[in-house]
Design a protein around this ligand. Sequence first.
Ligand SMILES: Nc1ncnc2c1ncn2[C@@H]1O[C@H](COP(=O)(O)OP(=O)(O)OP(=O)(O)O)[C@@H](O)[C@H]1O
Ligand SMILES: [Mg+2]
Length: 355
Amino acid sequence: MITVTDLRKVYRQGKKEVVALDGVSLSVPKGSIHGIIGHSGAGKSTLVRCLTLLDRPTSGSVNIDGTELSSVRDSEIRAARRRIGMVFQHANLMDSRTAAGNVAHPLELVKTPKDTVRTKVAELLKLVGLEGFENAYPSQLSGGQRQRVGIARALASDPDVLLCDEPTSALDPATTDEILDLIQDLTRRLQLTVLIITHEMHVVKRVCGSVSLLAKGRVVEAGELADVAAELDSKLARALLPLPASEPIKGALQAGPVLEILFSGESAKEPVLTSVARHFDIDLNVLAGSVETLGGQQFGHLRVQLADHADYDAVLGYLRDRGISAKLADAADRSDESDFASDTADFAVETGDSK
Ligand SMILES: Nc1ncnc2c1ncn2[C@@H]1O[C@H](COP(=O)(O)OP(=O)(O)OP(=O)(O)O)[C@@H](O)[C@H]1O
Ligand SMILES: [Mg+2]
């Protein structure tokens, strides 16, 4: 379990102070994966450095399975760091060492007996699906295979926590999913506590149970995936369930009101739109839609245009009575949607950050 409480990191640049982390709190239970998403400059790397003790926080606390990192003495930092496995964007392997040699490295650093190293390395390479690749050099491996070696190396010291900094940003979509599935599988099997830093919403959708949106050093939204996705106006929901830009249809439903509707859980399975049409005896058109399973729950985000004579207030009331989030779409909802992250595109929700 990782618990971060009111973490602050202020850098000094001459007379200027840069507040990189401005009171960050989060907690990740054992056996689960938490995503940290945010634009460049949001403070993601600073958070990683504070968690790995490469940097000392200005104030606040980081607690890993009951050990308070801020009170770890300099002489104990190495041991504390071994409880945290790091996975990097570019695997960061040593080119002059084989796959086995790379995985063995952290074990050799703490003078592990040779026989133990050999057995452990074989086990780890098997665990990440690289049996038979012991003697391959990084240059002979694909990007995905290199990342598997990086993961095996991160696990060599039997860490409790896996910190993944953009682990799939350098990989193609299919390999990304293989690596994400491996991380998820290892999280379950080894009961790891995992933090994934990413700018890709796809990563959050695929493996994270919970997520924090970081902007200007603060957590601006956070929660279980299914909870944040259910908030019609949240930035995370709009990034998780993006709607493409759409123009109101100029036809039979000319100039009718446009609604945004968010279905979740049970309501996502109900034929709500047809029941609206029947109940109010109106026609309606779906302008854009996005359907996903998030955190094990089904979600649907729709932009719907009603016939021009429709009483949209009554329709909104009808939907809300059925536990469905709905609102009148304003002009901004319709025009700036191209800004929102598509499945594999960069996370691009406006957080007020400098890009
Ligand atoms: N050593 C440092 N000295 C001064 N300012 C720093 C230092 N490290 C980071 N910062 C500042 O802290 C803020 C957060 O930086 P950080 O590197 O954590 O962002 P990030 O979210 O990792 O961005 P990116 O996605 O581009 O990697 C930025 O304004 C940055 O300029
Ligand atoms: Mg960074």
